[in-house]
Design a binder for this molecule. Structure first.
Ligand code: AMP
Length: 411
């Protein structure tokens, strides 16, 4: 990742981190690779991720390890392993970092990509679902991601889903001839994924398939209604999508997906849902939980921002080539940085003209020109230039541009 993209990525991560921190989601980081079995058990044997997309290798001791393809299973592993059940529930966590999937690379799909995510572990309240969905909506809105739409669905509880799955399998078998080979081979293992297929024949069969969202009963139906009511009350817009499924086995009840119409084929910007069975499956006590992950590269693609020059408060140029002036520039830059300004000097031995060009390239708002006697201060937008006393430079710069307003420039 090159610096222009890095600046945008920092803004995305910072915006998310601030919004999540304000809601009490504490940062967690898990290792880049873990035992393969964690992902097999956590993500599910029948998923594309486990069947085809993991970077798995053996270490010198013959243990099978895998570069993490997602963040939720490792976080639940940490929750169990580090006794987080004993903390006040739910434990609210946030993360960002690299993930790895062996997929065919294309725009918006990479083998190493970055996700930011949030989880609330230890609450079955619809409030947790609504809060998390609202937070991702807020992050995308705050960043200014255009054309975002929220799809919402529910898979019901694991037990309630079994009767429905039997019915769905029957429908798929009755129409087996029209299904894609891949869907046909997985009727038993993962029939829900047929909703996700981009094969035309399969899509036609799925258009008439029974839909889970329309058959929710009892507490599952109540939970889903409560999540919807909370989103309505908070003004979070969504569409109910009866064909929504997700690529990981662990979801129960609420699932959701934020899509962006600027993204072409890889249109999902982030998504998640409730995973009430996962902690138990990984060896913990039964613990309801909900969370999401969003793709940082996809957010960046959707923003499609012209990258402006990075922006600096001050560029310190020297009027003549001597070492003594350059050494003074070096000291002054250090002082300005300590005072909270972003400041650069020329490290390339340029003449004065070249230094001005460089000041322009980095988007310097003003240039200090050190002379053997005294200095000039030039405002780069107005072109105004005046003599200043070098002893008072920091005061002069602070006076016409307080640190609070300029510090750091672009995030
Ligand atoms: P998932 O963990 O599959 O639910 O994915 C969550 C989000 O991560 C997606 O909505 C995408 O934005 C992003 N994502 C997933 N896989 C990739 C990939 N191979 N390359 C880039 N982004 C990805």
């Amino acid at each position: 990742m090159l610096p222009d993209a890095a600046r945008l990525r920092a803004r995305v991560e910072q915006t998310a981190a601030e919004i999540l921190a304000r809601a009490g989601y504490e940062r967690i980081a898990t290792p880049s690779f873990e035992d393969t079995e964690l992902f097999e058990r956590g993500v599910g044997h029948s998923t594309d991720i486990v069947r085809k997309e993991m970077f798995t290798f053996e270490d010198k001791g013959g243990r099978s390890l895998t570069l993490r393809p997602e963040g939720t299973a490792p976080i639940c592993r940490a929750y169990v392993e580090h006794g987080m059940q004993a903390l006040a529930q739910p434990v609210k966590l946030a993360y960002a970092g690299p993930f790895f999937r062996h997929e065919r690379p294309q725009a918006g799909r990479y083998r190493q990509f970055h996700q930011l995510g949030a989880e609330a572990i230890g609450s079955d309240s619809p409030l947790a679902d609504a809060e998390l969905i609202g937070l991702l909506a807020e992050i995308l809105a705050e960043l200014g991601v255009p054309g975002v739409k929220l799809h919402l669905g529910s898979l019901g509880s694991f037990e309630a889903r079994q009767a429905y799955l039997a019915e769905l399998k029957e429908h798929l078998r009755a129409n087996e001839g029209e299904l894609s080979k891949e869907v046909r081979e997985r009727i038993d293992a993962n029939p829900l994924r047929a909703f996700d297929s981009d094969d035309e024949g399969t899509q036609a069969v799925m258009a008439t398939a029974p839909k889970l969202v329309e058959r929710l009963e009892g507490e599952d139906a109540e939970h889903f209604a409560a999540v919807r009511a909370l989103l309505d009350a908070a003004g979070v817009a969504y569409v109910i999508d009866p064909t929504l499924v997700r690529g990981l086995d662990y979801y129960t009840r609420t699932i959701f997906s934020f899509v962006c119409d600027r993204l072409g084929a890889q249109s999902e910007i982030g998504g998640g849902g409730r995973y009430d069975g996962l902690v138990e499956q990984l060896g913990g006590k039964p613990t309801p939980a909900v969370g999401w992950a969003a793709g940082i590269e996809r957010i960046m693609l959707a923003l499609d921002e012209e990258q402006a020059a990075p922006g600096r408060d001050v560029f310190i140029a020297v009027a003549e080539g001597g070492q003594e002036l350059r050494a003074r520039a070096h000291v002054l830059a250090g002082e300005l940085r300590k005072a909270g300004f972003s400041a650069e000097i020329d490290l390339g031995g340029r003449g004065l003209k070249g230094q001005f060009k460089q000041a322009d390239r980095v988007g310097a708002r003003r240039v200090v020109i050190l002379e053997s006697e005294g200095a000039q201060l030039r405002d780069m937008s107005s072109g105004e230039q005046r003599s200043v006393d070098t002893g008072n430079l920091i005061e002069e710069i602070t006076a016409d541009n307080p640190v609070e307003e300029t510090a750091g420039g672009e995030a």
